[in-house]
Design a protein around this ligand. Structure first.
Ligand code: PDD
Length: 288
């Protein structure tokens, strides 16, 4: 085991406990930055290209240059992951518009971005497979949730409200349609068909979502990306949530009411098996 808390900050590896950022950092003052969460299975970053593509899109959307090349990021991830003991970890990276001398809303003339990477242990395969409870709430967020921005106050409040209500996650809706979870993608199963909202600027293009749709395709599970109304969610046979840290997890109750018969469904069981096999193959270094 290496040091359990090593991070990368602006070109250097260091102990997380001794990393320091100025209070003038625009990430701190304005939430002016973007981030990624990348699962590593057996020390191997999963779907690295897709995460780096989404990072590049987020950076371009806020007019920040990518501070590192794909190779540069890969090296940093390897170093941080190794320093923290390898194995199954969740890499967190954040890039902000840096620390200019003064606080002004407009972009500073010149400032180096702040680049930060840390990692933490990833839950075991299937850790959430026994099921989660969700609340269903109005989506209070801005109109560009396709940008993985560090400004997450609505997500934080919605998640906290779910926890206070005895649930695990908030499923969000806007204009009568499901968008996503506070930190996850939403799927439902109805009459044997999988569905998830089509991508639009009001939700994050989840990388785990992409993986689940690929697995559905490979295994002949019919699926559609389409609008999902509130009543349809409430009357679905199965509802799932997915994310880099949760993989895929069944939702057993929404606002206290059971989803289907209130236990993980058969389509979920199949997807869980396919996902676990993919995770194991990745950990063995053979990422399909
Ligand atoms: N969040 N939607 C939102 C709002 C999210 O925050 C996340 C993930 C997802 C799922 O995306 P992915 O499958 O690429 O993880 C969807 C991460 C895990 C987080 O903020 O910690």
């Amino acid at each position: 085991m290496g040091n359990p808390a090593t991070c990368y900050l602006n070109g250097e590896l260091m102990a997380l406990a001794s990393a320091r950022i100025s209070p003038l950092d625009r990430g701190f003052l304005f939430g002016d930055g973007v981030y990624e969460v990348i699962p590593c299975y057996g020390g191997v970053p999963f779907r690295l290209d897709a995460h780096l593509r989404r990072l590049a899109n987020s950076l371009a959307a806020i007019d920040l240059a990518d501070p590192l090349s794909a190779r540069g990021w890969t090296e940093v991830f390897e170093q941080v992951c190794r320093a923290n003991g390898g194995g199954d970890q969740s890499l967190y990276l954040q890039v902000t518009r840096g620390c200019p001398e003064r606080r002004t809303h407009e972009f500073p003339g010149r400032s180096e971005p702040t680049v930060f990477v840390m990692s933490s242990p990833l839950p075991a395969a299937g850790a959430f497979a026994d099921g989660l409870h969700a609340t269903l709430r109005e989506d209070l967020r801005w109109a560009r949730c396709d940008i993985k921005a560090v400004a997450l106050l609505p997500n934080v409040l919605l998640r906290q409200e779910a926890i206070a209500a005895g649930a695990d996650e908030a499923i969000l809706h806007r204009d009568g349609q499901i968008t996503e979870g506070a930190a996850s993608t939403v799927f439902l199963v109805r009459d044997g068909e999988l569905a998830t909202p089509a991508l639009h600027p009001g939700l994050l293009p989840g990388i785990t979502r992409e993986v689940i749709l690929e697995l559905a395709e490979q295994h002949g599970l019919p699926f559609r990306c389409r609008p999902i109304g509130l009543d349809e969610l409430r009357s679905a046979d199965e509802v799932w949530l997915s994310s880099a840290t949760k993989e895929v997890a069944p939702v057993l109750r929404i606002d206290g009411d059971p989803v289907g018969n209130g236990s993980p469904g058969p389509v979920f069981a199949a997807m869980r098996g396919w996902f676990t096999r993919l995770r194991e193959a990745t950990a063995r270094g053979r990422q399909p």
